[in-house]
Design a binder for this molecule. Sequence first.
Ligand code: BGC
Length: 763
Amino acid sequence: MSASLRLAALLGSTLLTATPVLAQTTNNAPQAATRPTDGPQARPWMDRALDADARTELVLKEMTLDEKLQLTFGYFSTKADWQRTPIKNYEPPKDGLPDSAGYVPGIPRLGIPGQWQTDAGLGVATQRSPTPRLRTSLPSGIATAATWNPEVAQAGGAMIGREAFLSGFNVQLAGGMNLMREPRGGRNFEYGGEDPLLAGIITGHEIKGIQSQHVVSTMKHYAFNGQETNRFNIDHRIDEAAARQSDLLAFEFAVETGDPGSVMCAYNRVNGFYACENDWLLNRTLKKDWGYKGYVMSDWGATHSTTQAANAGLDQQSGWAFDRSAYFADALREAVNNGYVPEARATDMARRILWAMFKNGLFDTPVAGDRATTIDYAAHAAITRTDAEEGIVLLKNSAGLLPLAATTKSILLIGAHADIGVLSGGGSSQVYPHGGPVNGLAVADEYPGGFPGPKLYHPSSPMKALQARSRAQITYLDGKNVKATAAAARKADIVIVFGEQWTGESIDAPNLNLPDNQDALIDAVARANRKTVVVLETGGPVLMPWLGKVGAVLEAWYSGTSGGDAIARVLTGEVNPSGHLPATFPASLAQLPRPVIEGDPKLDRDSHPMGNYNIEGAAVGYKWFDKTGARPLFPFGYGLSYTGFTLGGLTAQPSGKGVQARFTITNTGKVRGKGLAQLYVAGAGWEAPKRLGGFAKVDLAPGETRTMDVTVDPRLLATFDSQTRGWKIAGGTYQLLLANSATDIVARTSVQVAGATLDNRGR
Ligand code: BGC
């Protein structure tokens, strides 16, 4: 970050207290004298035959209070001038990894490893630095969600987890999944779209992949961190039932799917309390209702108290010196000593952290420093390319303009540095690309504002990738001179305009239009040549005022370090597009629950504007559109292919407390492709007419038919009852809708479901 900006944004002008103190490690373990000092008995918690619970208890028994508390306090691991204030005088600990997100010292006496933390969900990120780590970047999280393919998400997670491990990190701040309540949200690109089932399953699989590499994954930002405007202080209000049926259900599915070792609580307040001192979110919902055994770490600068935070369920303060005070260091020891925080709670904090470390192999397969030279970048490039390809969504294809005909003689590429690379999203998740210059910038930074810059292009050139695949003459113009570009477009066989929207952490997009006159450029080019293809590189939904004039549109999102190849392969038909939108593309801002973003960027961190999530409640995204009858530009679930698919043969029956559906999917076209069947459920008394109940994606040869079974989780038939804190299914008739998108229902059937009361985990 421009460190000074990040600090200013976080702290306003009111630095209060805090002395940076490393929690002291003491060696006075009470039972140490009776334990053998070497041999297998010395550290019985290192016995791999025992489970994580048993091992945790064994090591806990040996730990002093100071040692337990040491695990609860994390340091920002990047040097920056703003940390050297007279009050904090902060120096990152020498054992942390440079330019990284964080570090928690280990306890060598007991063989407890340190925790080396790196951002984030797209790969191994580096804080702003002239010499960043150069690594592989996945496409954006929303692109991975657009694959609707859990296997792809898991493979991507394993790839970035591997790079984290080989870079010396054992905690990855990845698994971003705030539901998209605000299409202008600056971090939508990091998340999994608008539906709880899709976001939970896809992100849960990414977490699973990361954790297969002896790295703890941190699901974030828990919860309701749905916008960047006033993210440090806004107070989002939402009723419990609506919360449990929307964002919290997404987190719940991800916890069940991926079992992340850690959960990061968010900056914002929820229903009056900061997310990191919110008993309802942390203790009651996450830990009690869902039985979560891992630990809660705060976002960087999201801890606001000692006693309240510790008692409400925060287990680890992160990224000191972002917070106003070192709440969990000496202050926590004092709170335990004077009884404001029970000692058992301090033990519970350490227990959760240690459990996550044992469970994910941090003791058994410890990181061994920076071994990045051993990363198999070629194999990783193929993994991110597959993800990017499967996430690209074909939104329009008139008269078969795509795939590009082999006979095409000339192609004009326009805009977004398509001659050099593909755009990425900004902020703490920024991966600096392997394969580029040492400072990571294939294109000089065009964003003057510091963080969340740099505006970075991964050096995977769509132009070069097309040249390698086409005999056409391919030229590039930056599009700045609209008139000259339109004149050149008139002469080309095919025109491909790259439309970009750069978004980043800490700032929301002002609107959903492509910035910098790009809409006018696309309009002019499309008027000059009807064979115009638009490739969008956006963080999320955008408006397309020129849609009726262009021949084809591909949504390529931020496509990662192999993005140029992925785009070229889809354009030429080497890959058949199979992505589907994980979020509704609205036709106008007026259709949204909040046509104007709540809050005011000018407010300081001590004001707490209200964010009213009760406007839509659980009716997020397509549910809001269904409920209000508004017609989107493109619906949730939408996506075309170069072949055709038919869905049919739908039957359904109750199964346990849920429902099981069976249907067929047939490739009716001439080329191989992956088809996606979406199954929605419709019931009465819900937040909206229907919910996504399940989905299945399958690779089919021309003419091939497959029979698929999809099980609908009982919670997707139920409503949450905050009186009994459980789920209730009303007995009666439910509709099952087999669909190509949220607005293209091709078959329906009904099923009788018995009324049922489920516990707070939906069982
Ligand atoms: C972001 C987190 C990130 C952390 C550490 C915060 O500003 O919100 O997502 O993990 O910084 O860099």
